[in-house]
Design a protein around this ligand. Structure first.
Ligand code: NAP
Ligand code: FE
Length: 366
């Protein structure tokens, strides 16, 4: 058994201000890493700036992180941070800015990294990262992963490093400004982390305890999500579920749906949570041994898997239907993805992977 979750984590309203002493532990010059709008819109940027001012920490701000951030963007932000000789990185936003912050923190300490070599490095050091999530989805604030878009291999890839943030500040108020669509996709992402981590070869007593608690919390959100009811209590539960889910996949990794969904995001632009969600019902149904799936269903407060898949099928719809030929290529690629396959507890063939894709896009009727 192994367990590692080294992130000092604060959860609740106003935690940045209440626990602000940690900012100055990491130095006097910071690089702020955000997307275009959400850091401002969520109120998180204002809260961070107030602390930086009080603690006379100077900063430069890179606000060009795009969704599914590319290596080129990471290198551009690194340039800004290097010129300003920053001591640490503060990421504010959804998984995209948070993952980018980790990669930037690593590049700041390793000048030799570039688009060709960044994904294939032995363990590297990184500057300290403070993470402030504004979505309840990726759990990136409590994981070691950084997923970037690799335009050379035309897919999304984990960096393959262990870069946990030093401190995570989770304030559910920052998610109030999310629209219903992004709220739903990111909630589904969080759920898929709980489930892929629970139904995983690396699952342990500790990760399962976190997952079961996560299913309970997420189960209470099912009806509100269905009704687009995002009152305060629901926002709190969604952020808590997302955090627990991050702690789970930090131990187990993700498995088939995440591996199979990256191609859908790269080639068809489907949001990450939607890509996972489209594949998820068929994924749950294909388990030969359904005992742990049933445990999950119970923990969610449901009695049948079909109640869960009814929600998932309804929430995860798209007009985009890749051709069977393209799905065949994706299945072939996935059949080579040893990293994700080894996390799946059952043997699965390329043919079964293709079936999973076809069923997910309702192309399996012949
Ligand atoms: P995201 O790509 O970070 O953001 C999606 C959109 O939501 C952006 O337009 C963003 O605006 C907006 N947004 C974010 N917070 C908002 C708020 N509070 N109010 C209004 N709009 C807001 O979405 P995400 O789903 O959180 O992250 C997805 C990325 O994380 C993917 O690259 C995925 O592969 C990765 N991921 C990482 C892990 C991990 O363990 N590290 C796990 C799963 C997924 P702005 O552009 O203005 O910011
Ligand atoms: Fe994810």
């Amino acid at each position: 058994m192994q367990f590692q979750m080294p992130v000092k984590t604060f959860f609740g309203e106003n935690v940045i201000w209440t626990h602000r002493q940690y900012f100055s532990h990491f130095g006097s010059r910071a690089l702020l890493v955000t997307g275009k709008n959400s850091a401002k819109k969520s109120g998180a940027l204002e809260d961070v700036l107030k602390v930086l001012e009080e603690q006379t920490i100077s900063y430069v701000h890179f606000d060009e992180i795009e969704e599914n951030p590319s290596v080129a963007t990471v290198l551009k932000a690194t340039q800004l941070g290097r010129e300003a000789q920053v001591d640490f990185v503060i990421g504010i936003g959804g998984g995209s800015p948070l993952d980018a912050s980790k990669a930037i923190a690593m590049c700041l300490l390793n000048e030799d990294l570039n688009e060709e070599n960044i994904f294939s490095q032995p363990p590297r050091e990184a500057l300290p990262v403070i993470a402030v999530p504004t979505t309840s989805g990726t759990g990136s604030e409590v994981t070691q992963y950084a997923v970037l878009t690799d335009h050379i291999d035309q897919t999304k890839k984990n960096l393959g490093q262990t870069i946990f943030p030093k401190v995570a500040y989770l304030d559910p108020r920052y998610t109030y400004s999310l629209n219903p669509e992004i709220s739903l996709h990111t909630a589904v992402d969080a759920f898929t982390h709980l489930a892929e981590g629970f139904l995983n070869s690396n699952a342990s007593e500790v990760s399962d305890a976190l997952a079961i608690r996560g299913f309970k919390v997420f189960g209470a959100c099912l009806k509100p999500l269905e009704a687009s009811d995002y009152r305060k209590e629901v926002r709190e539960d969604l952020m808590l579920a997302s955090m627990l889910a991050g702690m789970v996949i930090a131990q187990t990794g993700t498995s088939l749906p995440h591996g199979m969904g990256y191609g859908l995001t790269y080639h068809y632009g489907l949001p990450h949570g939607l890509a996972n969600g489209i594949l998820f019902s068929a994924y749950l149904e294909q388990f030969k041994d359904q005992s742990k799936v049933n445990e999950m269903v119970k923990a969610l407060g449901l009695s049948e898997l079909s109640e869960l898949t009814a929600y998932l099928r309804k929430w995860n719809q798209t007009e985009t239907v890749p051709s069977e030929e393209v799905l065949g290529e994706f299945a072939a690629q996935m059949a080579q993805n040893q990293g994700k396959l080894k996390n799946h507890p059952e043997k699965v063939t390329e043919e079964e992977l293709l079936k999973l894709y076809l069923k997910s896009f309702e192309l399996d009727h012949h």
